[in-house]
Design a protein around this ligand. Structure first.
Ligand code: GLY
Length: 375
């Protein structure tokens, strides 16, 4: 494909527009080597890059070089093992200790280089360190490029549930370098497809139709298809974040479609057995079944979504051995729940999501229908 340069778009990034200011999302190929993406934040600054060993091995040297070219005065880094299992307060405390030991001050900048876990963890470290330092996210997974890196959600897991400790802390810039997807393991790449499908299902029927007809090109990581998919998802997310930055209204909560069950599953499985997108795929199926119990959508939509998820190689049934009762019990720690009621994001139609309460018996019914071997 000779279009990689044409796809790089430094002049015209997407913007997340907030009452307190705006920040760019750069999407394209080779961006980790472009100082222009970084210089507005890094000129004259001391920089700390947080990454994973396997990502750092490939991308850290060029990112460090880019930071210096963008005007950084000093660049150091810390590496943490990958996987949400390590996204804990203890890991965050180790990072704060490293920042303190190396004399990072209020004016320093933290850069995350990795997937959703490193975005959440690094964003949280930046939000709390000296009451807040600047952060730039360089997402290297599809999932982080289309979701985790945008919108300022940061946090760590608690033993009782996923992402229960955290803060909103918007990045200065998001640099989504699509070249990094070429080294992403297939299972992780596929996991990101679940979040793409979520955007189509909850917000954008034409995008859902486009995903159905281009799923093979996306899975082959064809640059034009990836570029369109990531940009469209980022645009949808940027608009939602602009309208409801801290999930205080009814807009941003929609992005949690499928996540009520997903977070419960991930926590029950100790973040080891199920990738986030895999859990979201299963969670979306449960949420569609629950929507069917509310008579808002029909079995035809369920069939379409099942078929798309299966083509993408995502799971559509609960992992064996996990009971509906176990999931229901875990869900009480979901952040969307009020003091007494379980809040759910369901579908009114393709591209239209809404929040509602669901009874425990309806939830058990939808979960039971999603067990392996259920017709
Ligand atoms: N991942 C959902 C959100 O950022 O709101």
């Amino acid at each position: 494909m000779n279009g990689s340069h044409a796809l790089t778009d430094l002049e015209d990034p997407l913007w997340v527009k907030l009452p307190t200011g705006r920040y760019p999302i750069y999407v394209g190929y080779g961006l980790l080597e472009k100082p222009q993406c970084f210089e507005a934040t890094l000129k004259g600054k001391k920089v700390f890059i947080l990454s994973h060993p396997e990502i750092a091995r490939i991308y850290l040297p060029s990112l460090e070089k880019t930071c210096y070219a963008a005007g950084a005065t000093e660049v150091s880094h810390a590496l943490v093992p990958s996987g949400d299992y390590h996204k804990t307060l203890e890991t965050a405390a180790n990072i704060w200790s490293a920042l303190l030991a190396q004399g990072y001050h209020r004016d320093s900048v933290l850069i995350t280089l990795g997937g959703g876990m490193i975005n959440d963890l690094g964003g949280f470290c930046a939000a709390c360190y000296l009451r807040g330092i600047k952060v730039i996210h360089c997402p290297t997974t599809l999932l982080a490029q289309v979701d985790a890196a945008i919108g300022g959600k940061t946090g760590v897991n608690h033993v009782l549930g996923k992402n229960l400790i955290g803060a909103f802390h918007q990045p200065q810039t998001v640099v989504a370098d699509l070249s990094t997807l070429s080294t992403l393991p297939q299972r992780e790449f596929i996991s990101g497809l679940a979040e793409l499908i979520k955007y189509g299902l909850t917000l954008d029927p034409p995008f859902f139709n486009w995903l159905e007809s281009h799923i093979i090109e996306i899975m082959q990581r064809q640059p034009d298809a990836l570029n369109h998919a990531v940009k469209q998802a980022c645009q949808l997310k940027a608009a939602i974040v602009a309208s409801d930055e801290k999930e205080e209204g009814q807009q941003r909560i929609v992005l949690n479609f499928g996540h009520t069950v997903a977070h419960a599953l991930e926590s029950i499985l100790d973040y080891k057995q199920c990738l986030h997108g895999e859990a979201v795929a299963i969670g979306m199926i449960v949420a569609i079944r629950l929507s069917m119990e509310h008579n808002t959508v029909d079995g035809q939509l369920l069939e379409r979504v099942m078929s798309l998820l299966k083509t993408a190689g995502l799971p559509t049934t609960l992992p064996p051995g996990i009971t509906p009762a176990e999931i229901l019990a875990k869900m009480k720690y979901d952040k969307k729940h009020g003091a007494t009621k379980l809040n759910w994001v369901l579908l009114k139609a393709l591209g239209q999501a809404f929040t509602t309460h669901a009874t425990a018996s309806h939830v058990i019914q939808a979960l039971t229908a999603t067990r392996v071997g259920t017709p």
